[in-house]
Ligand binder design. Structure first.
Ligand code: NIG
Ligand code: FE
Length: 421
């Protein structure tokens, strides 16, 4: 049992309530200018004004403090939670990015057998060790950029054997992390419905049947995926197919996510509301009706502004979502195709500059609402007693530094379970 007292912390944090923060509440942060917190075995046990924390920590005897850390008055925020990545891969696709720069649309590259299908070929050819090493390197970078919790999707295997292989590598990433003794909290998502694999090109419905009747039960039996996600998009999976897959996943005890209305408004947001999924993600083209359905269903919108940036598309309508009481979370979408972004500070900057979110709304989006989106709201996402002592020390005066300091990473240090990374 080790107990650490942190002093000299200018703390900004959202506070967990009984539901994700939405509407005006999304922008509310608690601030302690001269703050402190006590960490016992990697979890926060006390937090608040330094004087109160020091008094309660029993400078007068209730508790022994093993170590004291003075943060020198720096800004402290919760560790970032990245609730949407495809970070389990075996290769990048920079050549394809150059094709996109030259004007070829993302979905056309997929239709021509590239895109996601090219990552499928490299993942299928890779051993578990190769896949682990390549992905761990990506995660190591995300950790340096403040990500202490990360969701990772499968979806480049697209058959039973290779989807299970990916999920087993994702589980290993959650046990061993980047291999330097610091391990991010990893949330595994099964995304066998990421694309129709080449061998099913002429019979996509048979793929959906196989996914429902063989892959999903196999994944559920191993208990290695917390969520099931579907890419509901023109030319990928229709709303009807997505509904069938997600309903089966729910029956098998998985929680639900959906890639909705990323490029076209198919009605994915409305489906998310209907199925009360934990989150709907992307939403670049979501309609007002879709947004209202999400608000009604209590669905968290996971917005990926770095993807819009990389695809050169207009950003999602974060302001309409916040006005319509949809809780907004933010993620990198880290993947080799549509968005090779490992930086939550960059995402936060785009949220403030491109989607007009306030610094408070943005901080809640990269921490507490993101924790809700991955079902870890009791563990991470805010600095409160009982939660993991995951935090980021910023090089600035307020969370606005994440946008103000453009193009650099304004992070002084990253801490996981009370240990410096
Ligand atoms: O979220 N939209 C689908 N999936 C990813 C892209 C994956 C890839 O291109 O490899 C996304 O953008
Ligand atoms: Fe994605």
């Amino acid at each position: 049992m080790t107990t650490k007292l942190f002093r000299g912390a200018h703390i900004y944090t959202p506070m967990k309530e009984d539901r994700p923060a939405s509407g005006a509440a999304q922008g509310n942060l608690l601030e302690w200018k001269d703050g402190g917190f006590l960490v016992e075995n990697g979890r926060i046990s006390l937090i608040g004004e330094r004087r109160d924390v020091e008094r309660q920590a029993g400078k007068n005897g209730n508790k022994t403090v093993d170590a004291e850390v003075d943060l020198g008055g720096a800004v402290v925020v919760p560790g970032f939670v990245d609730p949407h990545t495809h970070a389990c891969v075996a290769a990048l696709r920079e050549g394809e990015f150059s094709m996109r720069l030259a004007g070829k649309p993302y979905l056309e590259i997929l239709k021509a057998g590239g895109g996601i299908l090219s990552s499928v070929r490299s993942v299928r050819a890779a051993s578990e060790d190769e896949l682990f090493r390549f992905s761990a390197k990506l995660l190591e970078t995300t950790l340096r950029y403040g990500t202490t919790t990360v969701e990772i999707k499968s979806g480049y295997g697209l058959d039973r054997e290779n989807e299970l292989k990916m999920l087993s590598v994702i589980a290993r990433l959650g046990r061993e992390g980047a291999g330097r003794g610091v391990v991010q909290t990893v949330v595994p998502t099964f995304m066998g419905a990421h694309a129709v694999p080449e061998e099913y090109r002429t019979k996509p419905d048979s793929y959906v049947v196989m996914l429902r009747d063989e892959m999903l039960p196999a994944v559920a039996k191993q208990g290695i995926a917390k969520f099931c996600d579907v890419f509901c998009e023109d030319g990928v999976f229709s709303v009807a197919q997505s509904r069938r897959i997600l309903q089966k996943a729910a029956e098998l005890g998985m929680r639900l996510k959906i890639h909705a209305d990323e490029v076209h408004d198919l009605g994915g947001a409305a489906l998310a509301g209907e199925l009360r999924t934990a989150s709907a993600e992307h939403l670049l083209a979501a309609s007002d009706e879709g947004i209202d359905a999400m608000a009604k269903g209590g669905v968290v919108a996971v917005l990926l502004p770095a993807t819009a940036y990389s695809l050169k598309k207009p950003f999602a309508r974060a302001r309409s979502m916040i006005e319509r009481n949809v809780p907004v979370a933010l993620a990198t979408d880290l993947n080799p195709g549509s968005c090779f972004c490992q930086s939550m500070p960059f995402v936060a900057s785009l949220a403030m500059m491109g989607m007009n979110m306030t610094p408070g709304e943005t901080l809640t989006g990269i921490t507490l609402n993101a924790a809700w989106a991955v079902g870890l709201e009791e563990e991470v996402g805010s600095l409160e007693p009982g939660k993991l002592a995951d935090f980021v020390v910023l090089d600035g005066e307020t969370p606005a530094i994440l946008a103000y300091a453009s193009g650099i990473c304004p992070i002084r240090s990253v801490w996981k379970r009370g240990e410096r990374v």
